[in-house]
Design a protein around this ligand. Structure first.
Ligand code: ZN
Ligand code: ZN
Length: 345
């Protein structure tokens, strides 16, 4: 099965230059069409025609080789929603025509302790949706593509009635904030939470925490997003982190803080905001996202009628979208309309 899609071309020259300049040099984010072969649909596999795919901030780190582990050509995308076109002989969970999702992980060992307790994200042999090597020795490729073949264990049902473009951001951003709240037992109403940073993940954090009935304080580095946080997202409070007086006022008041800032920063100033037994969740360093929680967050959002603020774009806009995402110029997540981008022509 051949499929054509869009990918950043490996530009060795640029990467070398980037490294020489300490990794700070901005490379041209160049995506171009790329054709490759998908594996045949195996007994456990689901063949999915991609409908849409969200753009996650971590895609930027991968395509720019920020972690020094990128391989090219690379097809990013781990907030994938599509339609089941074919199922393997052992697949019972899905049938042709189902609307399904694929998130960050597409493989694990199935035998270790994390795997056996539905926490496959901690498996040492987990396989990422892209920029990783699959069990057949071939690179994994993500959702900015016409189709994907994925093991049924790593495919979730999109709840009936949920818009596909709304489902996409839940598969990474949504579960990224939902998961720690579940993990630390912070789902009951009446809790006081802090959301650090208001990007794609942070805005989902506000929405999900509000839907749980929490009092939500957005903590941001500037005043820029105050109005949208309080009015559009209905956060209860907004505090600028450099405002010592306000920070002092809310000291010892929060049951948890979810840190969604995608760049490294010191945590000390925020720890004092927590109550004695409060929880601080740093999403840069933890990976609390299991398949089970992915299914849960989809169901939670369906039940609450929760939607995120997204901007739907076509594939030919992807380079601009990445540039804008880097500048924080999106409210709050791009979702690429893959099926409407007519990749096969
Ligand atoms: Zn992500
Ligand atoms: Zn395992």
């Amino acid at each position: 099965m051949f499929t054509s899609l869009t990918v950043r071309e490996a530009v060795e020259k640029n990467r070398t230059k980037e490294q020489q300049q300490g990794g700070l040099q901005q490379t041209l984010l160049g995506y171009s069409p790329y054709t490759y072969t998908l594996r045949n649909t195996g007994p456990e596999d689901v063949f999915i025609k991609v409908i849409c795919c969200g753009i996650c901030h971590s895609d930027i780190h991968q395509i720019k080789n920020d972690l020094g582990m990128s391989n090219y050509p690379m097809v990013p995308g781990h907030e994938v929603v599509g339609e089941v076109i074919e199922v393997g002989s052992n697949v019972s969970k899905f049938k042709i025509g189902d609307t399904v999702g694929v998130g960050c992980i597409v493989g694990c060992c199935r035998n270790c302790r994390p795997c056996k307790s539905d926490k496959e994200q901690y498996c040492n042999k987990k396989i990422w949706s892209y920029n990783d090597i699959y069990t057949d020795g071939k690179p994994t490729q993500g959702g900015f593509a016409g189709s994907m073949v994925t093991d049924q264990k790593f495919v979730v049902h999109i709840p009936e009635g949920m818009a596909v473009e709304q489902a996409a951001p839940l598969l990474c951003a949504g579960v990224t904030v939902y998961s720690p709240l579940t993990h630390f037992g912070l789902k009951e109403s009446g809790l006081r939470g802090g959301i650090l940073g208001l990007g794609g993940v942070g805005h989902m954090g506000v929405k999900i925490a509000k839907a749980m009935g929490h009092h939500v304080t957005v903590i941001s580095s500037s005043d820029k997003k105050r109005e949208e946080a309080l009015e559009d997202l209905r956060a209860d409070d907004y505090v600028i982190s450099s405002d010592a007086t306000r920070m002092q006022e809310i000291a010892d008041s929060l049951d948890y803080i979810i840190d969604t800032v995608p760049v490294f920063h010191p945590l000390e100033p925020y720890l004092s905001l927590l109550k004695l037994d409060g929880k601080e969740e740093d999403n840069n360093r933890k990976l609390h996202r299991s398949m089970k929680e992915t299914e849960e967050v989809l169901e939670f959002c369906r039940e609450k009628g929760l939607t995120s603020q997204i901007e739907v774009v076509k594939m030919d806009y992807i380079n601009t979208a990445f540039e804008r995402l880097e500048k924080n110029d999106v409210r709050y997540r791009f979702v690429v309309d893959v099926v409407g981008s007519k990749l096969d022509q």
